[in-house]
Write a protein that binds this ligand. Structure first.
Ligand SMILES: [Zn+2]
Length: 459
């Protein structure tokens, strides 16, 4: 089967999980995922959820066979703004040696790579001693709300597996693949301030009322110190600093501050104590403002004191921080700093803790690390070096993939995460794409990896 053709057929279905208008696309993509698993030789089951079904593909075998869980998601982000796409988002197009379409990189392309590799391996070696549970969900882009319940239901079965294998993280280039060994956690809060019961004439009332935008700006400004650190009491309590091997590994990462500035189009990077900007994106806890609003937003001017103002905040968390604890500390800081004259309302967004997995043979590798996972780390290193020309870097990443932590907390499973998209894959943005060479090399790497994992029985 031609891999680019398969992925092209898959991304044609507009499976936007957040928008009910795309229900048909969700069903079509789910059915495609099921066919893909069936074609690979897996027994397919569809699991209903409150929203979008989960597709499972199974290959059973004796207990002595290594058992891996393959994860992917068939849903995608909305394609808007459509006019910024060079070719339409759901009409896959190959140009500049890349496949352009929504979902090409996140995540239909990468999980198809894994499944297609498995399919061709099993076609050649039908008796391959490897157990597989492939799980393709449809709610990742909306925070996987049904996933924890699904994991609880399947806990007994899944906790007997060895580890989770997935590609839903990034690498700096097709020459340098990253195996992700950590993900930041995340919590969110929306702050709404209400002052007067309606918008007011700023001439009639200006000078007498607390302006909610002013109060909000003060609140926002209070959340960082002048040195760039987060100003919430206890925010940094227990924060784990990166180990020496992680710092060494990051020095091999092909990115300098000037090239990063250029990539971002900024003339300076943010600075804070203890971390360089490049370290900070992977190892520092942060507090960011994601959206802000209030008052007149239209053309021209309007002399008004608005009744309300809002800001949306998220914090990225690192190992040692607890999501619930950080939400509590952030809420109390906001409450204690809200001036009189405005009313504060907080809407909390559920969060998750950071995740970290340590490769084998490091000073901090857990003694009880699953031996199949340990071997798989070595095998991944060799398979990636063979297929891509360079061994992978083992790095923490700044993003959050909540299901990775869920696999660990619910089923005790660690994850081996192989990054197959690159910075110019334009994830969640117009002109999303995946390099054709990554598809080809990825399939080769996955084949070698799966074969190596299968080559030794569980001890
Ligand atoms: Zn995504």
């Amino acid at each position: 089967m031609d891999a680019v053709q398969v992925i092209s057929d898959y991304v044609r279905f507009p499976s936007v999980s957040t928008d009910p208008a795309f229900r048909g696309g969700m069903t079509d993509a789910k059915n495609f995922a099921a066919r893909l698993l069936h074609h690979a030789g897996l027994a397919v089951e569809e699991v209903g959820t409150d929203l979008h079904d989960i597709v499972i593909g199974r290959r059973d075998g004796p207990d002595s066979w290594p058992h891996i869980v393959l994860y992917g998601h068939y849903d995608v982000q909305p394609a808007d703004p459509l006019d910024l796409w060079t070719s339409p988002p759901f009409s896959p197009t190959v140009r500049d040696k890349r496949l352009f379409a929504r979902g090409a990189a996140d995540n239909k392309g990468p999980h198809s790579v894994a499944i297609l590799a498995l399919a061709s391996l099993l076609a050649r070696q039908p008796d391959l001693p490897l157990r597989i549970t492939a799980i393709i969900e449809g709610e990742e882009e909306i925070g996987s709300p049904s996933f924890p319940k699904f994991l609880q239901q399947r806990k007994e079965e899944l906790s007997k597996a060895d580890f989770v294998l997935l590609s839903d993280t990034g690498s700096p280039s097709s020459e340098q693949i990253v195996v992700t060994t950590g993900l930041r956690g995340i919590v969110g809060i929306e702050v709404r301030l209400t002052g007067p019961k309606t918008d007011l004439h700023s001439g009639l009332h200006g000078g007498a009322v607390v302006n909610p935008i002013y109060a909000l700006a003060q609140l926002c400004a209070s959340l960082h110190n002048p040195d760039g650190s987060v100003n919430i009491p206890g925010f940094y309590d227990g924060v784990a600093t990166p180990t020496q091997w992680e710092i060494n590994e990051l020095t091999k990462f092909p990115l300098t501050e000037p090239s990063y500035r250029e990539f971002l189009g900024v003339d300076a990077l943010y600075s804070q104590p203890h971390w360089t900007p490049i370290e900070a994106t992977r190892h520092a806890p942060t507090l960011e403002f994601n959206g802000i609003g209030g008052g007149y937003q239209g053309e021209g001017g309007k002399t008004v004191i608005p009744s309300t103002a809002f800001v949306k905040i998220t914090c990225r968390l690192v190992p040692g921080q607890d999501a619930r604890d950080i939400i509590n500390k952030l809420s109390s800081a906001l409450k204690s700093r809200t001036p009189r004259g405005v009313h504060l309302e907080l809407i909390e967004r559920q969060g998750n803790n950071a995740y970290r997995v340590c490769p084998p043979n490091k000073p901090d590798t857990p003694r009880d690390q699953n031996p199949v996972l340990a071997r798989a780390f070595h095998a991944a290193s060799e398979a990636i070096a063979d297929a891509f020309g360079n061994p992978p870097l083992f790095l923490s990443e700044g993003g959050s993939v909540p299901i990775i932590g869920d696999f660990k907390t619910v089923a005790g499973l660690d994850s081996l995460m192989i990054g197959l998209f690159t910075p110019d894959s334009n994830l969640h943005a117009p002109n999303e794409n995946l390099e054709l060479s990554i598809i080809e090399r990825g399939i080769s790497a996955y084949q070698t990896l799966l074969k190596k994992i299968a080559s030794q029985p569980r001890s």
